[in-house]
Design a protein around this ligand. Structure first.
Ligand code: PGA
Length: 237
């Protein structure tokens, strides 16, 4: 399974290093069987010496090697830190930063060309969920349009928009049904994200076709993230 922490706009360089070292030491001692991912801010990226199962990745990038894109970060700058895993399509980038499918596809294909692991995030807004599962699936398949589902380093993260950072988690039945429907076409691991925390991670990970979690808020304290990894260890590999 994949247990991932998305820092979003949190943690300084120093706090990030402490976090990564703390988790890494824990993994060294426990021989964890899961894949652990941490996505810090660009300002805190660095070359981190971690166990193989742990990767420090990037929350975002601009799909160029380098160039004139003020305020953006290109591949050369990620490569310098050995970044091998990226997020694409996170709901905050879609809905707050205004990224549309066209740029997300460019990012996906660029990252694929660089052979990066891609956590491609999809998720429906509240009104679509209220319209029922068929509406949800139509929405999700549209977000997956143009994505190469056969890419071997693809991971899909199902994150309902209304569950992100709100404390509201989708019901286990909804997660199970949505993942099962995605599984009809998606062979890649499917993660769930949206208010996952110490109190519910075990149940969420127990859902069939749930291959891991992408956690924001509840993962920002290193002790909590560690606890979540510990709980995951008591489950399937
Ligand atoms: P959350 O964020 O855990 O704070 O809901 C999840 C995410 O944005 O990936």
């Amino acid at each position: 399974m994949i247990i991932a922490s998305n820092f979003k706009t949190n943690h300084t360089r120093k706090a990030t290093r402490e976090f990564v070292e703390f988790i890494n030491n824990f993994l060294k001692d426990t021989n964890d069987k899961h894949q652990i991912r941490v996505y810090p801010s660009f300002t805190a990226l660095d070359v981190f010496d971690t166990v193989t199962a742990m990767k420090v990745g990037a929350q975002n990038f601009y799909p160029v090697d380098k160039g004139s894109f003020t305020g953006e970060v290109g591949y050369e700058q990620l490569e310098e830190f050995g970044v091998d895993s990226v997020l694409v399509g996170h709901s905050e980038r879609r809905h707050i930063l205004g990224e549309r499918q066209e740029i997300l596809l460019k990012k996906f294909h660029f990252a694929k060309e660089k052979n990066l692991e891609i956590i491609y995030c999809i998720g429906e807004p509240q009104e679509v969920r209220e319209a029922g599962i068929e509406a949800v699936m139509n929405y999700l398949w549209e977000q997956l349009e143009g994505i190469d589902l056969a890419y071997e380093r693809l991971v899909v993260a199902y994150e309902p928009v209304w569950a992100i950072g709100t404390g509201l988690t989708a019901s286990l039945e909804d997660i199970q049904e949505t993942h099962a429907r995605l599984r009809e076409r998606v062979e890649a691991p499917i993660l769930y994200g949206g208010s996952v925390k110490v109190e519910n991670i075990y149940e969420v990970l127990s859902v069939k076709n749930c291959d891991g979690v992408l956690v924001g808020t509840a993962s920002w304290e290193k002790e909590s993230f560690c606890k979540m990894i510990e709980l995951a260890q008591t489950l399937k590999a």
